[in-house]
Design a protein. Sequence first.
Length: 374
Amino acid sequence: MLGLMAPAHSTSEQPLILVTCGDPAGIGPEVVARAWQRPAVHEQARLRVMADATLLAAVLGRRASLEPIRIVTVAIDDPRPSRPDELLVVEPAGRRILPAAIRDATITAAGGAAAAEAVQQAAAAVLAGSAAAVVTGPLHKEALHAAGYDAPGHTELLARACGLPDAAASMMLWLPGTANRSPLGVVHATLHESLRTAIARLSTETIFTAGLRLHAGLSRLRGERPGIAVAALNPHGGEGGLFGDEEARIIAPAVEQLARAGVAVTGPLPADTLFARALRGEFAGVVALYHDQGHIPVKLLGMHEAVNITLGLPLVRTSVAHGTAFDIVGTGRADPASMLAAIDAATRLVAHRTASDFPTTPGSSTPGPFPPQE
């Protein structure tokens, strides 16, 4: 049975990682609860959920497919380790959202506000040094906008929470390897915008920056200097200008700059064969030029295993790579694999968060993915 428990105390040397549930009307609370109940995940870090405990208890309580779990409210500085049978919640400050305002599988301003406030306060805790990383569940962009937020999604919301412009952050999709598939990282040069706007905004600088961030992020995740490839924009790489000139005019100069900066890089390469080559191990990562160019192959290959990693900000943030999945809320079909992979990735990134040999061209001020904390 779900209930709010009084805190107890113990100590641990593990990093503290804050997890948010995303929109409470979606599957976020379910994947968080299911992941939490896996004993192995608590061997990696001390986990906390940033959420209103009463709201979370109400939402989980009406998802009949879940195993019962106690909810325990704790302070951010409580040193105890996390464990599978007690879900430790740090409550965000500020307004309370009544459980009645959240309707399962329904877009509401309350759901958008709950998601945004949790991630903003989790990010603030990391920036203040109270936690090591943020792992986020899925939010719903329409609900976010209904709540009055104009950020397109988590990536931009986090950039603004850090006092930075939206362009300061890049999204990397990380697909862990399997026996039949090499691990793969994909960074997007453009993200949450129309295809027309994304193509118009592409530049040598945006591609160069995405490549630098991909190189540095993969170096931390893999523990080695990776080889990466940059995708072409047009079919067949433009066919020598017959199908477009962006490859020669914009993309090739970015590839040349990356090579001069010390990145092992190839491109531009036609996207229709590039991902197959990467999965065979030819490249550790790919710079995709727009949202669907990177998302479609990664989600086709590992919808429930992929992880979203934010690069370019002074904090470590990972996330599930799936959405709120309103169509399966409460059915028992919510898969925690992506949440488990996101926690694993966050733990590894925290462990390797040091001043690095992040490559830059002379005079470049481009930030690394995780600038060292003071």
